[in-house]
Design a protein around this ligand. Sequence first.
Ligand code: ATP
Length: 387
Amino acid sequence: MATIEMKNIVKEYGDGFPAVNDISIDVADGEFLILVGPSGCGKSTLLRMIVGLEDITSGDMVIGGTKVNDLAPRDRNLSMVFQNYALYPHLTVYENIAFPLRLAKASDSEVDAKVREASKTLDLDEHLQRKPGNLSGGQRQRVAMGRAIVRDAKAFLFDEPLSNLDAKLRGQMRTEIARLQKKLGITTVYVTHDQTEAMTLGDRVAVLKRGNLQQLATPRELYEQPVNLFVAGFIGSPPMNFLPATVEGGQVTLPFGTFPLAADKAERTAGKGLLMAGIRPEHFEDVSVIDDGSVDTSRTFEAQIDVREWLGDQQYAYVPYDAEAKVQDQLRELAAESDSESLRTQLVVSLDASSTDTDDENTTLFIDTDRMHLFDPASGENLTVGL
Ligand code: ATP
């Protein structure tokens, strides 16, 4: 097992394209680190530089304390787990796991001891004589990991291992990978474009955009304290709502009303002109389902809900609003950059399952302005981070 230190890593391809731009990330021994971002952000390139499949233009890659810039992939002793697990269909599970040991000319007794130990850890004992084609996706994944553990790889590297699977299997495999990684305690770097995978698997998540590291943090911190508009819009489903806002006299004005704002947030943002407010769907509620007397009426507004999606344990409601052309342009730009669905001028709010339709769908909603973020619309910086 080992630490992986990426120090000011730059990758320019032959045509001068900067695919990775000065990225520094330290992965701790045993940590599960996720590289996430939209297509083309450089995450696969970065992973390939860790493994040695891609040259580094400048910067240092240090694995287990040793600089590996010039080491061939086979000398780095890392184990890459591919999308299709690359198992040999004609070999049994036993021989698939044993494969790297046979290549290294290990003795039969050593092979047997190591395969049996891996098989016990991975719960594959009863499948050792079967062929990969007859196994479930989860079992195949375990065989691929077995092959990685027998060679005492320093780290596991995954490149979008679940992207070919249907949604249900993806969920199962995600849990399986998380469980195995915890059990084995092997340093792991995992590339995905899927924010749900990133949030559920990672000890820490590195969010990349166009070759630049945007934020490196725990899933909770990314969700609750995104440093900029890109991270705020990329993490979370349904995504954070973005609204034009101005702050004055301790109050924030949004398209559907003016509400009190916490003093520290107001102080940081007062007099800054037009801002972008960000608020997550769950920070709204239908006032009629909140216990009597506990609602701060200065933070409520009348909303015209046009569609409700009832999910059983909660519901999403859509509230269109008007915004000037400039704001609409900003929202479109943000949607394109964060690779998310188009951000229309509508709120998506997550309401309690017991909230019911009114005749005219005119519902009084509570907005928790304490949980609101305020962004500089030009730089994208979160002005209220940490508050
Ligand atoms: P995806 O999820 O689509 O695979 P990614 O985030 O993994 O995207 P990379 O494959 O790392 O992105 O590519 C990063 C950038 O580098 C892209 O803009 C891509 O066009 C460019 N790139 C990748 N490989 C090469 C190459 N061999 N030559 C030139 N440019 C390349």
